[in-house]
Design a protein around this ligand. Structure first.
Ligand code: ADP
Ligand code: MG
Length: 351
């Protein structure tokens, strides 16, 4: 009899654990699907969720579609059309590259894909579970583009499901994710429906101010300050918009109710990431003056050799080579913007 204690974990356990890491919550799944739609060149993306995405989540787009011949591999782990060699990682232009999202989704939900490429005479659809297509794809009705639906998310991770059900933040998280994309890409129309009501639909006509107006209200949209910083030394460009800072007391009364909390969004080289690179300098500049900024959306373009986006499967963290210096430079810049702004407004009041 063997006394060995170590055993190889079964494949399905490994896959489910990995899936739970990539898709920690329904909002992560939405983000992955929307990124796939953007990678496919979509100009219209519609998101529909029921019961915070646990019962059903769906993302439909008018992108280039998936070829019927690719259906076989579409939900297989580490299968992707976007990355071929390790060196490609240095200059990824797409959101995806790990080939993990759809595979993960199929390990924690029942997935259906309907897709049509422009040259095909009809759409095709198939069901997927645990990385595999369940039966040969069948012809279906559908316009050019892709519609991916997941049912019963986390049916096989009951603790996860119960935790999400008992915390009602998920719909706000989903709203925020979609809002970040909508603000970042005013040239793409985004629609979000939760249960049976439409949260918002942006036009996709490229008008940034209209998007801000729709999502955050015109008191913010009419008081935006442009941001633009080009650091030769640290090889980054920082651009975007912030709402004119207001006093904490005014903020409480402001009409920006649609966002219940302040909106911050940071895209690094086109990728939505956690905001600490912006939040920290912003807080350091505004807190001593007891000011609050209700809206800030920035893009940081940085030399690709100075960041690492491949830190975590959710890809929402990035490692910066010179993070402290970048934060310091952004802080000095914001300080100048805020000082100039208040100098100007006092001059205007006392001409
Ligand atoms: P990744 O995005 O890292 O390649 P995914 O698991 O998210 O991995 O997607 C696997 C593949 O499926 C993609 O590489 C792409 O070829 C295809 N795909 C997924 N979603 C779409 C979509 N909405 N439109 C067109 N192709 C898609
Ligand atoms: Mg992807």
């Amino acid at each position: 009899m063997t006394t060995a204690k170590i055993q190889r974990l079964p494949r399905d356990v490994i896959n489910r654990m990995a899936a739970g890491e990539v898709l920690a919550r329904p909002g992560n799944a939405i983000k992955e699907l929307v990124e796939n739609s953007l990678d496919a060149g979509a100009t219209e993306i519609m998101v529909h969720v029921q019961n915070c995405g646990l019962k059903m989540l769906q993302v439909c787009d008018n992108g280039k579609g998936i070829n019927r011949e690719d259906f076989e591999l579409v939900c297989e782990r580490f299968a992707t059309s976007k990355l071929a060699t390790f060196e490609d990682l240095q200059h990824m232009r797409t959101y995806g590259f790990r080939g993990e999202a759809l595979a993960s989704l199929s390990h924690v939900a029942r997935v259906n894909i309907v897709s049509r490429q422009i040259e095909q005479s009809c759409a095709y659809q198939a069901d997927f579970l645990d990385g595999k297509m369940l039966a040969t794809s069948k012809p279906a009705a559908g316009k050019t583009g892709t519609c991916i639906t997941a049912h019963d998310l986390f049916h096989n991770l009951p603790q996860r499901k119960n935790k999400i059900l008992s915390h009602s933040e998920e719909s706000r998280f989903i709203f925020e994710i979609l809002m970040k994309f909508a603000v970042h890409r005013p040239d793409v129309s985004f629609a979000l429906r939760q249960n049976h009501s439409t949260d918002f639909r942006t036009k996709g006509d490229g008008n940034f101010q209209n998007v801000v107006n729709l999502l955050v209200g015109n008191d913010v949209a009419n008081n935006l300050i442009g941001l633009n910083l080009d650091s030769q030394r640290l090889k980054f460009q920082f651009s975007g918009c912030m709402a004119m800072p207001i006093s904490a007391a005014t903020a409480k009364m402001s009409q920006a109710r649609k966002i219940r909390q302040n909106f911050f969004s940071v895209f690094v080289n086109g990728r939505s990431v956690r905001c600490d690179i912006l939040k920290q300098p912003m807080d350091e500049v505004l807190a001593p003056k007891n000011l609050i900024c209700q809206f800030c959306a920035v893009d940081l373009k940085i030399d690709e050799t100075r960041v690492d986006v491949n830190v975590h499967p959710t890809k929402d963290s990035v490692l910066f080579l010179e993070k402290e210096e970048i934060v310091e430079e952004i802080k000095e810049y914001l300080q100048r913007i805020v000082d100039d702004y208040f100098k100007e407004s006092t001059e205007n009041q006392n001409p």
